[in-house]
Structure formats: C-alpha cells, structure tokens
Design a protein around this ligand. Structure first.
Ligand SMILES: CCCCC[C@H](O)/C=C/[C@H]1[C@@H](SC[C@H](NC(=O)CC[C@H](N)C(=O)O)C(=O)NCC(=O)O)CC(=O)[C@@H]1C/C=C\CCCC(=O)O
Length: 195
C-alpha cells in the first residue's frame, strides 16, 4: 500500500514516465486531476506549487515538483539509477537529452505547428539517432542504454517517443526507435510503444 499521489492535467505530457515507473514497481497511486485551465488558474494547488506548475508528486507527507526531479527521486527509491556514480551521470545525460528534445517539440507544437512541423520531422530521425547510437555503444545494444540494469531513463524514452510520434504522425504507430534491444525492459513498457 503506497501513499503516492500525482497531481496533473488530463494529458500524457510530463507524467507518463512517472506512472510507468510506478506501475512497473507494482505501486499504486492516487490521481488528482485538474480538469480545466480555469480550474487550475484559480486553484489553491497552483498557489501552493513550487513554481506555479504541475506535475506535483506526493509521497506521504512529502510533496515535490519538477517531473525530472520526481523521476530521479523515484529512481533512487527503487534502485533505478545505475550501479555507480558514472552510470548515474550517463543516465542523467540521457535524461537531459530527452528534455532538450521535448522542449523543441513543445516549442514547435505551441508556437509554430503548421510551419515548424516539417523541419521538426526532418530533424527527428537525427535526434533519435543520437540515442540509438548511445544504446549500441553499450554492448551493441544487447543490454540497457546504460550499464546492465533498467534505469528510470527507459520509462522516459518509452513515454516520450510515442508522444512525439503521435503528435507528428497522428495516424501512425510508433516504431521509430530501436528499443527492443533492451532485453530487460519490462514487457508492459515495450507494449506501450505499440499503442
Ligand atoms: C485541460 C487542461 C489541460 C492543460 C494542459 C497544459 O496546458 C499543457 C501541459 C503541457 C506541459 S506540462 C504542464 C505545465 N507544466 C510544466 O511545464 C512543468 C515543467 C517542469 N519543468 C517539469 O515539471 O518538468 C503547467 O503546469 N502548465 C500550466 C501553467 O500554469 O504553467 C508540458 C507538456 O508536456 C504538456 C502537454 C504536451 C503535450 C500534450 C500532448 C497530448 C497528450 O498527451 O494528451
């Protein structure tokens, strides 16, 4: 029985990796969903949040914000942060790479969707190829992206790539990144790539 709570909007956005990680660890959580922007703007939740944004995450009497910090908090808690400082640093490096890509994507969808989409799509294979190259540097992709243990990063990449893909190619399924080489990846995550 856990005391986790996720406070967020009714979209995938920045919470899917957190939910995948918890689910993979067999955890349950409560969801507090803010269903409209008007509700959000006038809410106590916004006033109380650290930076006036969501997601928020509660573990018992501890509440925190910033999706990547939440992922790292859970990674430490569930031993999903590599086997040593260097692996942890590489996992963070990959996380920051996804963050850069996510910001490019958000900038495109919110400020320049019609005109920016073609260039974004063109650059996407190059961007994803960086991750694929890093994956294959690690024992030719036969294990995980970093080291030999599943890390929090796998939940991030598996939740971000379908989001990018579905937005850019709404009618297609996601198959653009080679992640099947992560033999230890839980089936639930790989399955999620196909939906
Ligand atoms: C019905 C209301 C829906 C509101 C949706 C919301 O406007 C959009 C959310 C996108 C944001 S996350 C929410 C945002 N928080 C942050 O940007 C936190 C950044 C922080 N560094 C971190 O936690 O990592 C927020 O609180 N906005 C409100 C405010 O007042 O500022 C970024 C996304 O990824 C969200 C949506 C993107 C794509 C949606 C794709 C469709 C889907 O998945 O359903």
């Amino acid at each position: 029985m856990s005391n986790f709570k996720i406070t967020y909007f009714p979209c995938r956005g920045r919470c899917t990796a957190i939910k995948m990680l918890l689910s993979d660890q067999g955890m349950t959580w409560e969801e507090d969903t803010i269903s409209s922007l008007s509700e959000w703007e006038s809410s106590e939740t916004k006033k109380e949040s650290a930076f006036g944004q969501l997601p928020g995450f509660t573990d018992g009497d501890f509440t925190m914000y910033q999706s990547n910090a939440i992922l790292r908090y859970l990674a430490r808690k569930f031993d999903l942060y590599g086997s040593n400082d260097k692996e942890a640093a590489c996992i963070d490096m990959l996380n920051d790479g996804v963050e850069d890509l996510r910001m490019k994507y958000l900038n495109m969808i919110y400020t320049n969707y019609e005109e920016g989409k073609a260039d974004f799509v063109k650059s996407l294979s190059v961007q994803l190829n960086h991750f694929e190259k890093l994956l294959f540097k690690n024992q030719e992709g036969k294990v995980c992206l970093v080291g030999s243990k599943v890390s929090y990063f796998i939940f991030l990449i598996c939740s971000t790539v379908p989001l990018l893909h579905l937005t850019v190619f709404p009618s297609r399924r996601c198959n653009s990144v080679h992640l099947t080489a992560c033999s230890q990846t839980p089936l639930t995550i790989l399955t999620s790539l196909c939906h």
